[in-house]
Design a binder for this molecule. Structure first.
Ligand SMILES: [Zn+2]
Length: 470
């Protein structure tokens, strides 16, 4: 693909452009990623090793939580020979490092935080939280880690060959919205925002607040005529179903981008059927940054091995063979503010087989089952994302907040915060729509509550499962 020249730092340096400092740093990292993505796995692991060892040494010196664990595993600076360990011995010691559970990260928030940052890593950046339900995980990051994260965001645009001059529409919660009586809340910005507009000139972007009836959201999409649309998979699914059900025609779209939740299996084909548009998604977690992107050529998931060391382990803790499914274990390489080693993120993924025709040699995941904690357990024991018919709920304007709770293997409760009592036909409409959206295998009931504490990420579907996984 041909990218436009970056913004010039001064007049008269427009082509080839001399970029300003922040853009230059991002482009320098991006340029290296263009090289590393086609390195052999062995060469990449070798190139990555010094970065991993720097992180280990820093964690040993400055993070209370890790000192003993690294020492015990034989990975502390004193226990590693100056000439380095041979790869087999490294792997043996690495496997001694216990898997870090999500609960441990929650319980040891303070002792996991670094007492200081090395020069050049910038400042501690406010805690990030993740998880739309339950207790969030708080991770402090550094300015430098944020820069790396941005460089990978740019890489994703490059991989997907996006036309940066296009219109980019996001449908998420807009925290700046104050007037909740208007039907839709749409804000236009002159560019795509950082990091993309830090580097390149771009077309305009739009933020549409999702708190509106589906029909109004669809109307806004038709008016904006976006080239790219980015939202939660659950909302995209409802938009597409609405369009199909009412026989509407949407303006042409180059790509739909679904982020923040696991994608339901039917979403990709529905997107092609209704909108003739490809669907892309990224595998990203707030605690770790980007984990896998899909290439445009074969739509396969490539692990972002330069950002994190990703292991897929079986129940015995051994690396999974191609074709097998295991737990995703992540070691982010650049966050020296809260170093995490072998963090179990809570997802299951299947290891891919064979090379990809895109030419990138970064390891492949065949599929990502998503976060088990965010999934509904069907009476059959299967797991699936909790799509419950957001549109039906949003049609009732007096509903201020809602949350979906699985209380039993065949029962789901929708909690509602309302400004006035619902009419019986409104209640029936929500219940019937939800039962249908949930596949007809759950009994749905409504519960009125005083308030619902929202996740700080403003995620679309608030979901809580009160029964254990099978
Ligand atoms: Zn590929």
């Amino acid at each position: 693909m041909t990218l436009p020249p970056p913004h010039p730092a001064f007049p008269g340096g427009a082509w080839p452009a001399v970029p300003q400092q922040a853009a230059a740093a991002l482009l320098a990292v991006l340029g290296q990623l263009e090289q590393t993505q086609s390195m052999s796995p062995t060469a990449l692991a070798k190139a990555r090793q010094p970065q991993l060892e720097l992180l280990i040494d820093h964690a040993f010196d400055h993070v209370v939580f890790w000192r003993e664990r690294l020492e015990h595993a034989g990975l502390s600076p004193a226990r590693r020979p100056k000439t380095g360990l041979d790869p087999a011995e490294w792997d043996r010691r690495w496997a001694n490092l216990p898997i870090l559970a999500r609960q441990e990260v929650q319980e040891h928030e303070v002792s996991l935080r670094s007492s200081r940052l090395p020069p050049g890593h910038g400042d501690f950046v406010d805690s990030m939280s993740s998880g739309s339900s339950g207790r969030p995980v708080r991770i402090t990051r550094s300015t430098l880690d944020y820069l790396y994260w941005q460089a990978f965001q740019l890489r994703e645009h490059v991989w997907r060959e996006r036309d940066l001059a296009g219109k980019f529409l996001s449908i998420f919660r807009n925290e700046q919205r104050t007037d909740n009586t208007e039907n839709v809340h749409l804000v236009e910005n002159q560019d795509w925002g950082p990091p993309t507009s830090t580097v390149w000139p771009t077309g305009p972007s739009f933020l549409l607040d999702y708190r509106a009836p589906i029909a109004s959201l669809v109307q806004s999409i038709s008016e904006v005529e976006p080239d790219y649309l980015c939202t939660f998979p659950s909302l995209l699914l409802e938009i597409l179903r609405h369009v199909r059900e009412h026989g509407l025609k949407l303006p042409p779209l180059r790509e739909a981008i679904a982020i923040g939740e696991a994608c339901p299996p039917e979403l990709e084909s529905l997107c092609r059927e209704v909108w003739q548009a490809p669907l892309s998604s990224t595998y990203t977690a707030a605690e770790t940054g980007p984990l896998a992107f899909r290439c445009r050529e074969e739509e396969r998931w490539h692990i972002q091995s330069e950002k994190s060391l990703v292991e897929i382990l079986d129940t015995e803790g051994r690396p999974c063979l191609p074709g097998n499914t295991g737990r995703v274990i992540v070691t982010p390489l650049h966050n020296f503010a809260t170093p995490l080693f072998r963090y179990e993120i809570g997802d299951l993924a299947t290891v891919g087989t064979g090379p990809c025709s895109c030419g990138r040699t970064l390891p492949i995941l065949e599929s990502i089952a998503g976060r088990a904690r965010d999934l509904l357990v069907l009476p059959s024991g299967e797991l699936r994302p909790p799509y419950y018919g957001h549109g039906a709920v949003m049609e009732v304007r007096s509903i201020r907040q809602h949350r979906v709770v699985q209380t039993q293997i065949d029962r789901v409760t929708i909690q509602l915060v309302v400004s006035r009592a619902l009419k019986p036909q409104e209640e029936n409409h929500i219940i019937q729509s939800a039962e249908q959206a949930l596949g007809g295998v759950f009994t749905v009931s409504l519960e009125y509550v005083e308030g619902i504490e929202r996740g700080p990420n403003g995620k679309f579907a608030e979901f809580e499962r009160q029964i254990p996984l099978p």
